[in-house]
Design a protein around this ligand. Structure first.
Ligand code: GDP
Length: 295
């Protein structure tokens, strides 16, 4: 994960290592390399620029020029800033409802259905919940079948109404079914399309309004870099979602989405997907991710 970025940052810090005394030119060179590394990782230009400005201010404030180990101090400052950029604290999911309703949104292929299964499995095995999965994709029968297969793998019931073409009704009926049958979490998987379009947005906004979920999650493929960030912005403008799920981080060699998305939509990344299996889900810890990035 993010090997290139880690390598480039490491090289940037080398400028400060092994110097008896460093100068502000050394610091400026290091920051230039840090910025270049972020841009190569597909981090948005403004975010990268603001990031290095903040690091510079902190470095000057902490007298990096006179410290005995300027390289170490810079790494610490960059790590703290990266952690902050990715969200600071860990953000959990709101499970306060009876049942707690979680609405999944995102483009087709982002990993929404897979993640719905992973989350159901996580809540069942790690949190002792009784989840119900709901298939609300009325366009692709294959999507309903996919969720049924996923549900079968993890032993979680899947609610669907293959003949019903009204996703609002399906979601509402599913919640009634959950209440009547003792399910305490309802995970609603919705229809995505290949690109943001008005019909999809209206449909999910209607479902959102009708079922008033405790948690609306936006699922996005980390490998799509700045596109992921733009798509997040479009969904957030419409849904004001609660959190981001970054999938396919196992295949993401660059890291731009992970680093940028929080500061663009001002919503935390809550979980990451790291593979196709149902167990490949992790809570997102900004500081651990920063550690990984810095190698
Ligand atoms: P949806 O259209 O948004 O519901 O997307 P799917 O859940 O069908 O996922 C699309 C493809 O991405 C499938 O082949 C999944 O197996 C794959 N996928 C989903 N999440 C991950 C992940 O975290 N890592 C990897 N490598 N593949 C994933």
């Amino acid at each position: 994960m993010f090997d290139n970025l880690s390598d480039k940052l490491d090289k940037a810090f080398h400028i400060l290592k092994g110097h008896g005394k460093i100068t502000d030119v050394n610091v400026a060179d290091t920051l230039k390399e840090v910025r270049r590394a972020l841009l190569d990782a597909d981090v948005n230009f403004k975010i990268a620029k603001d990031f290095t400005t903040r690091v510079k201010e902190k470095a000057l404030g902490e007298n990096v020029l006179t410290t005995l180990q300027p390289g170490q101090l810079m790494i610490k400052i960059v790590k703290d800033e990266l952690t902050e950029l990715m969200g600071g604290d860990v953000a959990g999911v709101n499970l306060s409802g009876t049942p707690s309703v979680i609405l999944m949104s995102g483009l087709q292929g982002s990993g929404k259905t897979t993640f719905s299964g992973k989350l159901a499995n996580y809540l069942k095995t790690k949190k002792g919940k009784k989840p119900l999965l709901v298939a609300c994709d009325i366009y692709r029968p294959a999507a309903i079948n996919q969720l049924i297969v996923v549900g079968g793998q993890i032993g979680v019931e899947v609610y669907s109404e293959p003949e019903n073409k009204n996703p609002v009704e399906i979601a509402q009926n599913a919640i009634k079914h959950a209440k009547a049958n003792g399910f305490n979490v309802v995970i609603v998987d919705t229809a995505g399309r290949l690109a943001v379009d008005e019909q999809m947005m209206k449909e999910i906004a209607d479902v959102h309004k009708a079922i008033q979920p405790q948690e609306t999650l936006f699922v996005v493929d980390a490998m799509t870099g700045q596109d992921a960030v733009n798509t997040a912005k479009a969904f957030n403008d419409r849904l004001n979602f609660d959190g981001v799920i970054l999938t396919k981080l196992d295949g993401d060699t660059r890291g731009g989405a992970a680093i940028s998305i929080k500061s663009v939509v001002n919503k935390p990344i809550k979980f990451i997907g790291t593979g196709e299996k149902m167990e490949a889900i992790d809570v997102f810890y900004p500081s651990r991710m920063a550690d990984r990035i810095l190698g």
